[in-house]
Unconditional design. Structure first.
Length: 148
């Protein structure tokens, strides 16, 4: 969806003579929300972080009008645009969800899913649930969010 959003604005915005600062504001307002929708719930692996950063770099390079043969490093494009890597933004949004869940009533479904121990015979969805659950437990200390 992010590629579609970027390409739909390609001819009119990204390849126009609008200032780069204005293009970055438009990117932050219109493109990033499409990419970051629901990112609080994502379990981000190293491979996912590389993919997220690759999409972000592709977008920033289109905004800066950098071609593949210009040999501009990723950290240089982040420095020029003063944008943090998108994987850092995604990882920073996860504790905010855990903080909301930690402040919920203990009888709420979301709170029970995160903080209660599963039954002994429960094994079917173990990998996805346990990686999200362990990430959430690392963000929470004694029922309160560490970032709160």
């Amino acid at each position: 969806m992010t590629h579609t959003s970027m390409r739909s604005l390609d001819r009119h915005i990204w390849q126009s003579r609008i200032r780069t600062s204005t293009k970055l504001k438009l990117y932050n307002i219109y493109i990033l929300p499409v990419l970051l929708y629901g990112s609080e719930c994502w379990t981000v692996t190293k491979a996912d972080a590389r993919r997220i950063d690759a999409v972000d770099q592709w977008c920033l390079r289109r905004i800066l009008d950098v071609c593949w043969f210009d040999f501009v490093r990723n950290d240089q494009s982040c420095q020029i645009t003063q944008q943090p890597p998108l994987s850092v933004i995604v990882k920073s949004r996860h504790p905010s969800l855990i903080g909301h869940v930690a402040r919920m009533d203990t009888t709420a479904d979301a709170s029970r899913i995160i903080f209660e121990q599963p039954a002994e015979n429960w094994r079917s969805l173990r990998s996805t649930f346990s990686s999200f659950n362990m990430t959430g437990r690392q963000s929470v200390s004694y029922g309160r969010c560490m970032t709160c």
